[in-house]
Design a protein around this ligand. Structure first.
Ligand code: SF4
Ligand code: SF4
Length: 336
């Protein structure tokens, strides 16, 4: 049996930004927010049951929690859990202000900062604030990951970000560089009326890879629900919601071990499952996906795909379960 290794807290669906393609449809008008007591109770269960070492504070905009974020990070540290915050960086109005905020959070237990930026984010939060936060965090020896929305025809790209004169002068050509990574994060739309373009050379961004988020992450949402993976899918795959806040987390998680599709997603990932579907029913149209969770949402939302899986899964059932056991053994032994 696998134990989850990280807690994800979607603290709120409120955000200072309102990116049109936000996967949670967050905005300043969205008032859904978790209380400090709810967060603490969730973390306590995670600690008691699985002795977890990591908590990811996300949202929405987790910095909107203010004092509760500080108290939450300190509480997590007391339980032996280190914290990573995922933020749009709106609060980094100057390098000095960013440094002071982060210094306090770092002392309380924040060890990693993930900053999201790109064309949609920069409608609300200028690039300079991302740089303020990055420089301040790196000066505190914190690891920083900057995720840049990626699709075709965007103004903000990884290359342009790196070539920003301030980035070059204050990060790229300094000792701070070792603390900073910049990722091109595929920016997808779950809305049927939005069609983004992607580079032709990209071929297909989705890897043939099992989804480790399943069984390894457990997520509390501002809807007071528990989601059985990273939480990205919460608004688009109802099946990923596995219980409600207040229920026993072990009992909720246990149910996932009886869900063959989730086991299969963990072992093979959505892309390989869709290859099986195509093999079983050659006429089915399978679109190109830019993100693993988009392919996963397609599997759950497409009735025909569900039918094909239901009619054929027994052909690979035993073999998938064997590979699931093997993956669990390797994970528990920390070999993979
Ligand atoms: S900054 Fe992030 S959470 Fe806020 S609206 Fe944009 S994508 Fe959503
Ligand atoms: S691929 Fe599916 S199971 Fe994995 S994180 Fe994405 S939505 Fe969740």
């Amino acid at each position: 049996m696998l134990n989850p290794i990280q807690a994800v807290v979607l603290t709120t669906f409120k955000c200072t930004a309102a990116c049109p393609e936000c996967c949670f449809e967050c905005s300043p008008d969205n008032e859904k927010i978790l209380s400090y007591q709810e967060i603490v109770s969730f973390l306590e269960q995670c600690h008691k049951k699985w002795n977890m070492r990591r908590v990811i504070w996300s949202g929405g905009e987790c910095f909107l929690l203010g004092e509760d974020l500080k108290r939450g990070i300190a509480y997590a540290k007391k339980l032996g859990m280190y914290s990573r915050c995922v933020t749009n960086g709106f609060w980094a109005t100057s390098e000095e202000i960013a440094y002071e905020k982060l210094k306090e959070l770092h002392q309380l237990g924040l060890e990693e900062l993930n900053l999201s930026t790109g064309d949609e984010h920069q409608l609300y939060v200028p690039q300079d604030r991302i740089l303020n936060a990055t420089i301040a965090a790196a000066k505190l020896n914190m690891r920083v990951v900057i995720s840049i929305e990626t699709r075709e025809k965007t103004n903000v790209t990884r290359e342009k970000f790196i070539n920003d004169p301030r980035y070059q002068a204050e990060i790229e050509n300094t000792e701070l560089k070792k603390f900073v990574s910049i990722l091109s994060a595929i920016w997808v739309s779950y809305h049927k009326d939005t069609v983004f373009e992607y580079s032709e050379n990209s071929e297909d961004y989705v890897e043939y890879k099992g989804c480790d988020s399943l069984f390894e992450s457990i997520c509390l949402t501002p809807n007071r629900t528990i989601v059985g993976c990273c939480g990205l899918s919460v608004e688009h795959i109802p099946e990923m919601t596995i219980g409600n806040f207040g229920e026993d987390l072990s009992e909720i998680l246990e149910k996932q071990f009886h869900d063959f599709l989730k086991i299969w997603l963990y072992v093979d990932g959505p892309k390989k499952i869709l290859d099986y579907v195509k093999e079983w029913e050659n006429n089915i149209e399978i679109p190109k996906f830019m993100h693993t969770c988009q392919a996963c949402a397609f599997i759950y939302q497409n009735k025909r795909v569900q039918e094909i899986i239901n009619n054929n899964f027994k052909k690979c059932y035993t073999e998938v379960l064997e590979r699931f056991k093997a993956k669990q053994t390797l994970k528990n032994a920390k070999i993979i």
